[in-house]
Design a protein around this ligand. Structure first.
Ligand code: DGY
Length: 335
């Protein structure tokens, strides 16, 4: 129910990535909607034409920079169907007073599930061993050259301790008896905010975490502070035989340094859901590396969660166009 002072005028909305039909219907009931995907060459012209008059945009996984914004003189709000906002030029949005909304919360548990799957797959060599069966190589009991490595009881180091980091810590500490070290800008008062993890997770400086964790999982947002965070020095600090998992953004890792650590260092394996360039180029050595389990950026990609993200992003856009400030508005004031 919109409030009595709400702006009810029909606005122009540009949908720049496919939305489930029921969300499209919600938008069309109140506004004029154009669907145009700028990644498809045949829709680029329609995208730019709609951009020129759009007051609202909804979509994801497309860079929205100052040049693009210059072609959107009437834009008031962008609703991103993602939690990460690294595709958006935040200072340019702040300067124009454009509201940015995102989808925190609804994808937390699913993304933590994905990252934990990568921890399991990398440690227990699940993809490699499933291929062993699929390719008809299971002709006798496997020998120790194919044995995996226990996950339970190992020390997990988490880079980033927001919602997803905390959900990962719960899985590790409460489900798998793993001591958890986490690195984040500020320690979390666990006794107060997450009593189940009190005494089980500890705020730790980055270098110490890298030196002590058996498995390091990155779940932090991409920013100027975290871009290329994991380089040769950081991989060299990791324990011999440790595993690195990235569920954050590819750009937090120097991929050439990761490859060197896998090929010439002591890193056991890497589980990667994200890459510096996506989709992962066919000639990337990470695609076929025997020690890498690579996924196509599926952190939140389940039916339930993608539906929930689309529904939340649609509500954000409708609220913002009605003149309200959605709870999931991204705070641009400090950018
Ligand atoms: C997110 O929501 O940020 C996911 O990584 C999809 O981009």
């Amino acid at each position: 129910m919109l409030n009595p002072g709400a702006d009810t005028a029909r606005k122009k909305i540009l949908v720049f990535r496919e939305l489930p039909p029921e969300q499209l219907t919600r938008l069309q009931a109140l506004h004029e909607v154009t669907v145009a995907n700028p990644r498809l060459p045949e829709q680029v012209a329609a995208f730019h034409a709609a951009l020129a008059s759009a007051q609202g945009m909804i979509g994801s996984s497309y860079p929205v920079d100052a040049t693009l914004l210059a072609g959107a003189p009437h834009l008031q709000v962008i609703s991103s169907v993602s939690v990460g906002v690294d595709n958006y030029d935040l200072p340019a949005l702040a300067a124009r007073g454009i509201l940015l909304c995102h989808t925190p919360g609804v994808l937390t548990e699913t993304t933590a599930d994905t990252i934990f799957s990568l921890i399991m797959a990398s440690s227990r060599r699940l993809v490699e061993l499933a291929n062993h069966v699929r390719e008809g190589r299971w002709t006798s009991n496997i020998g120790e050259e194919l044995f995996g490595w226990d996950v339970h009881g190992k020390t997990l180091g988490i880079l980033g301790f927001g919602r997803i980091g905390q959900a990962l810590a719960r899985r590790a500490a409460l489900g798998f008896g793993m001591p958890v070290l986490y690195h984040s800008r500020h320690p979390v008062d666990l006794a107060q905010e997450l009593p189940a993890l009190a005494g089980k997770a500890r705020h730790t400086p980055l270098d110490e975490l890298l030196q002590r964790a058996d498995i390091v999982a990155a779940v932090l947002p991409l920013s100027s502070e975290t871009r290329r965070l994991m380089g040769a020095r950081e991989f060299a600090l990791m324990k011999p035989g440790a595993i690195f998992v990235n569920g954050a953004r590819g750009a937090i890792v120097q991929e050439e340094a990761l490859l060197a650590a896998l090929d010439h260092g002591t890193l056991r394996a890497a589980g990667l859901d994200v890459f510096a360039t996506e989709p992962l180029p066919l000639d990337s050595p990470l695609r076929t590396h025997p020690k890498v389990t690579a996924l196509p950026h599926i952190g939140s990609a389940t039916f339930e969660t993608r539906q929930a993200m689309a529904a939340l992003a649609t509500s954000n856009l409708l609220q913002a166009l009605a003149g309200e400030r959605p709870a999931a508005a991204f705070e641009l004031a400090y950018v």
